[in-house]
Design a protein around this ligand. Structure first.
Ligand code: 5GP
Ligand code: ZN
Length: 113
């Protein structure tokens, strides 16, 4: 339920976060437990549980475009960066409100763990 969802509460500002970008439908904020020098989460303001639950792919595109814009604004483009969407349990998703991780500022490993 949206009122009990952590990222819904971050989207409304009820729970504080360090915002770096905002549009009508999306918001980006710094991860509280960064896994790289830059670690930003991009979310839809409206509750969507996972990538598999997006009903309107114009939202998917808007989220990805905001992730790209955040990477540009954080100065990550030349060195490179990674955008990750963990989806459901085996994908490593722990917060069930869709979010894109934008990670950069260090060399990424492949394959991921
Ligand atoms: P997931 O594992 O679901 O892909 O990623 C969830 C992310 O949310 C994790 O990287 C975690 O550090 C981040 N996170 C969890 N709680 C909070 C919070 O209260 N504030 C912020 N800014 N990030 C959070
Ligand atoms: Zn939510």
């Amino acid at each position: 339920m949206a009122s009990e969802c952590l990222f819904c509460r971050i989207a409304t500002g009820e729970i504080p976060s360090a915002r770096v970008a905002e549009s009508a439908r999306c918001v980006a904020f710094r991860d509280v437990s960064p896994q790289a020098p830059v670690h930003v989460l991009v979310i839809p303001k409206a509750h969507v549980s996972s990538l598999d639950d997006v009903a309107d792919d114009s939202l998917t595109a808007e989220l990805l475009a905001m992730a790209r814009d955040v990477a540009r604004a954080e100065g990550l483009v030349d060195r490179g960066y990674r955008v990750v969407i963990n989806t459901n349990v085996e994908g490593g998703q722990t917060v069930f409100h869709l979010h894109l991780h934008v990670l950069g500022g260090r060399r990424m490993q492949w394959p991921p763990g």
